[in-house]
Write a protein that binds this ligand. Structure first.
Ligand SMILES: Cc1cc2nc3c(=O)[nH]c(=O)nc-3n(C[C@H](O)[C@H](O)[C@H](O)COP(=O)(O)OP(=O)(O)OC[C@H]3O[C@@H](n4cnc5c(N)ncnc54)[C@H](O)[C@@H]3O)c2cc1C
Length: 378
């Protein structure tokens, strides 16, 4: 049977669309399928805002990836004529002097990236809302910030379609058809079969269901809450207030956005879950948020207006991503396991998957992202 496309991408979240865009730039014909709209509220990339951080403790590799991603985000902003990559800085509140922030600071300095260590007095001066009794110091890096995730996903979809990528929404891939060691097609839930030379699976938290658990991932249900500052709203605007991150407490937060709300997110793994099964933010999370805010930004803890949302991490057991060829077939590829930090690297991940699929040598060293590392010790 003749293939209709060079590459069929299953999953039109930001990773699938970025891959499709860079594949098209390399001259491939590409079709993207998504079970819902593009973007959609259930996808991890369908969320309004995601943080862009440059720090990973002593793990230089991810800092290097973040630096490479900056230029690609800026290029996407330019190409689309939009502004979804906002470098309004990231403020990390350190609760001890020898931990994650100290290691991160050393890496930033070594890489000659701008980083400022602020003492309590300086933190108070710049951000009087922060309770400096709860911290030892703060690390500010001005190249960090945030990405308007849903808008970026929509813009990349538009850019990809301008390069002749086809995007089919409301089309759920139901079955992967195989013959010997090759994928021969994807049957959708209406029974239609889609054929291509190569297949890329970027289904996020739905990957275990789609690939019948052949890719080892743990899906966890994550909560976030949008709160309206009860007072002093103006000082939380993005031009005055950066993204903030408290590694020791597992929380991050964003400046004021959409209708005067601020997003507070927990980034520690939540309970095991499955997309669609849980759609209510547990009241326990609201309580945890108030406790966190009371300690670090007390005036926010008195919020009376809030709204919660749930989405899902696709976790690997070592915290590294999966970007590889599927081991059992010659023409199948997978990119997933992006859990709590994938979105900031989306253009780099898309570009790398395009290189891998077209047989070019990926610029990024993919050693850490191989599937075999997870399977061998399962
Ligand atoms: C709560 C939370 C907070 C996060 N915070 C950050 C952060 O601050 N910074 C950061 O960089 N990253 C963050 N991330 C991670 C980031 O959001 C994800 O890594 C990224 O969005 C993953 O994109 P994706 O395209 O792989 O998956 P998704 O965006 O989930 O897209 C997958 C797509 O596949 C489609 N699909 C699935 N199954 C099928 C099928 N059978 N047929 C057709 N289509 C299908 C889905 O409909 C969906 O549109 C966070 C993630 C979560 C959940």
């Amino acid at each position: 049977m003749k293939a209709q496309y060079d590459v069929l991408v299953v999953g039109g979240g930001i990773m699938g669309l970025s891959s499709a865009y860079y594949l098209a730039l390399k001259g491939s014909s590409v079709m993207v399928l998504d079970q819902f709209d593009v973007p959609n509220q259930w996808a991890a990339s369908g969320e309004h805002l995601r943080s862009f951080g440059l720090t990973y403790g002593k793990d230089v590799f991810y800092t290097e990836m973040a630096v490479k991603s900056i230029a690609l985000w800026q290029e996407l902003d330019t190409q689309s004529g939009e502004k979804f990559f906002v470098q309004n800085g990231m403020l990390e509140l350190a609760t001890d002097t020898h931990g994650y922030e100290e290691q991160s600071c050393a890496v930033l300095k070594e890489m000659r990236l701008p980083a400022v260590k602020m003492g309590k007095e300086e933190v108070r001066r710049h951000y009087p809302m922060i309770n400096t009794r709860a911290i030892k110091y703060a690390l500010f890096h001005k190249d960090g910030g945030m990405i308007w995730a849903r808008r970026a996903t929509a813009a990349i979809s538009m850019l990809a379609q301008r390069k002749s990528v086809r995007v089919k929404t409301h089309c759920k891939a139901a079955l992967v058809l195989r013959e010997k060691n090759a994928i021969t097609g994807i049957k959708d839930s209406s029974g239609k079969v889609w054929r291509a030379e190569n297949y890329l699976f970027t289904a996020g938290a739905w990957t275990p269901e789609l690939l019948k658990n052949s890719v080892p991932l743990k899906i966890t249900c994550q909560q976030q809450i949008y709160v309206r500052p009860p007072s002093n709203r103006g000082r939380y605007r993005p031009e005055h207030f950066p993204v903030f991150y408290v590694s020791s407490q597992g929380f991050s937060g964003f400046p004021l956005h959409i209708h005067g709300f601020m997003k507070i997110a927990g980034f520690r793994q939540g309970p095991a879950g499955k997309p669609g099964l849980t759609d209510k933010v547990l009241t326990a999370f609201d309580k945890k948020c108030r406790i966190f805010l009371k300690r670090y930004i007390p005036e926010l803890a008195a919020f009376t207006e809030s709204e919660g949302s749930v989405s899902y991490f696709d976790n690997t057991k070592d915290g590294d991503f999966i970007m590889d060829r599927l081991s059992s077939v010659s023409n199948g590829y997978v990119a997933c396991g992006f859990a709590e930090k994938g979105l900031r690297f989306a253009p780099l991940i898309g570009k790398t998957m395009a290189e891998l699929i077209t047989g070019a040598k990926p610029e990024l060293n993919l050693h850490r992202f191989r599937l075999s590392r997870l399977k061998s010790s399962r």
